[in-house]
Design a protein around this ligand. Structure first.
Ligand code: ZN
Length: 370
């Protein structure tokens, strides 16, 4: 969900800025998460890991995280969480996890890192911040539950929401944004590789849905496995690099809001996430690092255990949350609850989306309405 155009930060404080040489400049900041922010600030401002190739892609920072594995950083372009993509280079093929917003030449940067090796492109899920660079590639893989949503993103109109599309200037935080200019993060719209001005050049990419457990072969026995971890979206999928024993998990901690009639809606529930974690649990101890779509990476496998325990506590008593917010959606008051995850962040969920049967029941009620 995009950030708010009204200043809206924890304690009313603007997050401590993180300085960078990127061509993007945030106007709307995400709320400062204490642990995440410290990690990002130290990593990006002072660590010696950072590589930056502004002549190829001035929007992306590159961090080697293992031999032949990189984390690629983009500022968020819509006021929400800053984004990580990951690139794994195997002996014969490379695999890219997510494509972020598609601002700047992602493909050129990857070619710089891995040469002309064959590249497999995968998405964790079909949200703005993870899949809008897909259009720079010919074919993209995702879990099959995610295919319907990804199809709706395969067009050149997807970037419109980033701009002030009115005739008037708009005040965003303390800044005046002129018509046609970016609302959330300032950047040059011509750096969208395919944008409105180049509409005729948009070529839809091929979408290939895969099953849970699908194996991507990077050569010489190096396998990356798709691991369905739904809840945030129906086909939210992690990718497990068996060679390095690291999991690129995507977004796990917000259960998605979704119309009950939408395909695979019952996967956007706490229960669906819980069941997927139970399936993965026998392998938690093998995982030597968890790399999420946002925030601190190379986290302990304990975050998976603590997330699993949180889903169990929610399912035992959905109303017993740590915070509740009310909002109006489609004319109805809806509640968004959070339950804290031990030593990590919080699981956000709606009390209507804890169990699959709640969603399936409202689907069958909807189908009775003529
Ligand atoms: Zn995300």
């Amino acid at each position: 969900m995009p950030g708010s155009l009204k200043k809206n930060t924890a304690l009313g404080a603007v997050p401590r800025p993180i300085h960078s040489e990127l061509k993007s400049r945030r106007i709307v900041w995400e709320k400062e998460h204490p642990v995440r922010w410290s990690f990002m600030k130290i990593l990006r401002e002072t660590s010696t890991l950072k590589q930056f190739y502004p002549q190829i892609n001035p929007y992306t920072e590159v961090y080697p995280v293992r031999d032949h594995v990189w984390a690629l950083y983009n500022d968020s372009f819509d006021g929400a969480g800053d984004v990580w993509m990951y690139l794994i280079e195997g002996p014969k093929r490379a695999l890219l996890v997510d494509t972020s917003f598609g601002v700047g030449d992602l493909k050129g940067l990857i070619r710089h890192l891995i040469g002309d090796k064959e590249l497999i492109v995968c998405n964790t899920h079909a949200h703005y911040d993870h899949c809008y660079g897909n259009a720079q590639f010919d074919r993209v893989y995702c879990h099959r539950n995610e295919v319907p949503d990804l199809m709706t993103k395969n067009n050149p109109d997807i970037w419109d929401y980033l701009f002030n599309n009115t005739e008037e200037p708009v005040m965003v935080w303390d800044e005046r944004v002129e018509p046609g200019k970016p609302l959330y993060t300032d950047f040059d719209r011509h750096d969208i590789i395919v944008d409105r001005d180049h509409r005729e050049t948009y070529r839809p990419y091929e979408i290939v849905g895969v099953e849970d457990g699908h194996e991507f072969d990077l050569g010489e026995g190096w396998v990356v496995e798709a691991v369905l971890l739904p809840g945030h979206t129906p086909g939210q999928c992690g990718y497990y690099d068996r060679h390095h024993r690291i999991l690129f998990c995507g977004d796990l901690t917000g259960i998605g809001q979704r119309k009950p009639q939408s395909p695979y809606s019952e996967f956007c529930t706490v229960e669906a996430l819980h069941d997927a974690l139970i399936r993965l649990k026998p392998r938690f101890a093998q995982i030597d690092g968890v790399f999420p779509g946002h925030g601190a990476w190379d986290q302990s496998q304990l975050i998976l255990q603590y997330l699993l325990e949180t889903t169990e506590r929610v399912m035992a008593n959905p109303g017993n949350c740590d915070s509740v917010q009310e909002m109006i959606r489609d004319g109805k008051v809806q509640q968004s609850m959070t339950k804290n995850i031990h030593q990590w962040t919080a699981l956000r969920y709606s009390p209507q989306r804890v169990f699959r049967k709640q969603v399936l029941k409202s689907q069958s009620q909807d189908s009775l309405i003529p």
